[in-house]
Design a protein around this ligand. Structure first.
Ligand SMILES: [Zn+2]
Length: 288
């Protein structure tokens, strides 16, 4: 199963329920798939929830000690397991740990984000928003979703070059990028230390910031030789040892890549053939 088919299945369910208001009613998704929801206060702090079939129904149990927005995400994640037919690989990983998270679990998170933050209405809000974490916070409140889920989706649907970075204990856990950044190979390396000179690194070290600041794009993007600056808006959450940032460019267009050297480096680092003026056949990457 790949991400695109997961997204399409999630949007199919969203279309059936056709939520008209935010926050979307997760109970309506549960009802649509004929599942039964149970709140469970006996689950430990690292156990968000689970689901199981019994008779001709599926039961979803959610940890009722979790914060409400977390419970909503868990319910949608369990709906994903049921709809996609993917077995749980929850083990003992804390829910926020993206390191070594099994691929099927990531797919269920993708599905859950589609249900909680439906593409159409969510994108309309993002397109109207003033970019920055204040907009992410406002949307997280409006859709009753977590800051990390909302920020990831915010960057993914943004029309301008935009990324959302979640870091923990001073290292990048996860980054989500807009289509423009993905197409430009603006890669933020998972597990890298927060780059020296970034607002995130300063906040993590106990410093402060009063709003978005300009930051060099090559601080964040690996092997980036297009230059340019980004705006970086960051927040530190000491209780979780997490720092989040929204990075974006107010120019719709990214600077064009430097010639020559850039191609050599791309070839070295990503295994791409240097351009030689001969167009490859479609679908045959390595043809020379
Ligand atoms: Zn799961």
């Amino acid at each position: 199963m790949d991400e695109l088919s997961v997204v399409l299945k999630a949007r199919g369910l969203v279309n059936k329920v056709a939520p008209t208001a935010a926050p979307v009613p997760v109970e309506a998704y549960v009802a649509e798939i004929g599942a039964v929801l149970r709140k469970d206060s006996s689950l430990g702090p690292e156990e968000a929830g689970y689901s199981f079939p019994k008779g001709d129904r599926h039961y979803i149990c959610v940890n009722s000690n979790d914060r409400p927005e977390r419970q909503r995400f868990t319910i949608c994640h369990e709906i994903a397991h049921i709809v996609l037919g993917l077995p749980s690989e929850h083990e003992q990983l804390p829910w926020w740990s993206y390191a070594r998270r099994p691929f099927n679990e990531i797919l269920c998170d993708v599905f859950a984000a589609e249900l909680l933050l439906p593409y159409g209405p969510f994108k309309r809000f993002v397109d109207k928003a003033d970019l920055g974490l204040a907009a992410v916070e406002e949307l997280a409140g409006r859709f009753d979703a977590s800051m990390s889920a909302t920020g990831s989706r915010f960057a993914a649907v943004a029309g301008c070059p935009c990324a959302f970075v979640l870091s923990e204990k001073g290292a990048v856990r996860y980054a989500s990028r807009s289509t423009t950044l993905r197409q430009a190979n603006a890669w933020i390396t998972p597990r890298m230390a927060l780059p020296a000179g970034s607002v995130c690194a300063r906040l993590h070290a106990g410093g402060t910031c009063d709003g978005p600041e300009e930051t060099a794009a090559n601080l964040w993007f690996s092997s980036w030789d297009r230059g340019g600056t980004l705006l970086e808006d960051a927040r530190h959450f000491p209780q979780w040892e997490q720092t989040v940032a929204l990075l974006w460019s107010e120019d719709e267009e990214l600077p064009t890549p430097a010639t020559g050297r850039s191609r050599e480096r791309e070839a070295e680092e990503h295994g791409l053939a240097e351009l030689d003026g001969i167009l490859p056949w479609p679908g045959k990457k390595r043809r020379r």
